[in-house]
Design a protein around this ligand. Structure first.
Ligand code: NAP
Length: 228
């Protein structure tokens, strides 16, 4: 089996480099999917909640309409369509965090020691712990699933709530983090306001849902504390 974790993931830079993002997230994924299909090799590739526009007020499922609002999302959407067209398994996930790789929680734990922080409180999504995602993705691949599949930890939150929870878990002072709105923190790429994912396929595939993010984050934060 082939598992593709490579991608162009610089969401803001993609606004200036949509051609390169498309080469990596669309063209390369299409080549890989065709290669795997011709050889009957199962392929797993990852996609993102940023294929949605964030205008919904209930979780997006696999059959929900897509409408990316930034270049990264457009390049991923084209890539997932090519991959799924060749029979690959395309796992859409969101807000990935881990104890061993640079990510949002690692950045917050590092910066909060030096300064008070303002974190956006008006974007909602599902934090997803990489180890949970890896286990669930592998189980899905082994089940023979193909096409789109949403895999995130259970439970939705905001970046602000995620930051405060993480800081509290390592006995730092959560009051050093205050909420702000997206408009206070302008970025080149627009982000969906609401990109909560849910799966309408897990039950039918006989796969277990991932744990709630609050269950999984404790261990991860302790691990991060040792290296940030
Ligand atoms: N992180 C998230 O919150 C998140 C959320 C939703 C979906 N996803 C998806 O999950 C997957 C993994 O994301 P990630 O967060 O692990 O991304 P990442 O940390 O940016 O890792 C991407 C990897 O792709 C490699 N890569 C980039 N361009 C390449 C190229 N042309 N040829 C070969 N390798 C190349 C990078 O190598 P170098 O380091 O050498 O550049 C890097 O190792 C991606 O499909 C992403 O879209 C991530």
């Amino acid at each position: 089996m082939v598992i593709n974790c490579a991608a162009y993931t610089a969401v803001d830079r993609a606004e200036e480099e949509e051609g390169l993002a498309t080469e990596i997230n669309t063209v390369a994924v299409g080549v890989l999917a065709e290669w795997a299909s011709l050889r009957s090799r199962p392929l797993l590739t990852f996609s993102t909640d940023y294929v949605f526009d964030g205008a919904a007020d209930c979780p997006y499922v696999e059959s929900s309409s897509t409408n990316p609002i930034n270049a990264y999302g457009r390049s991923k959407l084209l890539g997932e369509s090519l991959a799924a067209g060749h029979g690959a398994l395309v796992v859409r996930t969101s807000w990935v965090i881990s104890g061993s790789h640079p990510n949002f929680v690692a950045t917050i734990l590092r910066k909060v020691r030096e300064q008070e922080l303002r974190v956006v409180d008006d974007q909602r999504g599902n934090p997803t712990v990489a180890a949970d995602l890896a286990r669930a993705s592998y189980a899905a691949l082994q089940s023979g699933a193909s096409g789109l599949l949403h895999l995130t930890n259970q439970g939705e939150t905001t970046w602000y709530e995620l930051a405060r929870t993480s800081v509290g878990l390592v006995d730092l002072d959560p009051s050093r983090i205050s909420p702000c709105e997206t408009r206070d923190y302008p970025t080149p790429a627009r982000r969906p306001t609401y990109s909560v994912l849910a799966s309408e396929r897990l039950d039918g595939l006989g796969l277990d849902p991932l744990p709630h993010w609050r269950e999984s984050i404790g261990e991860l934060v302790v691990e991060l504390k040792t290296w940030v």
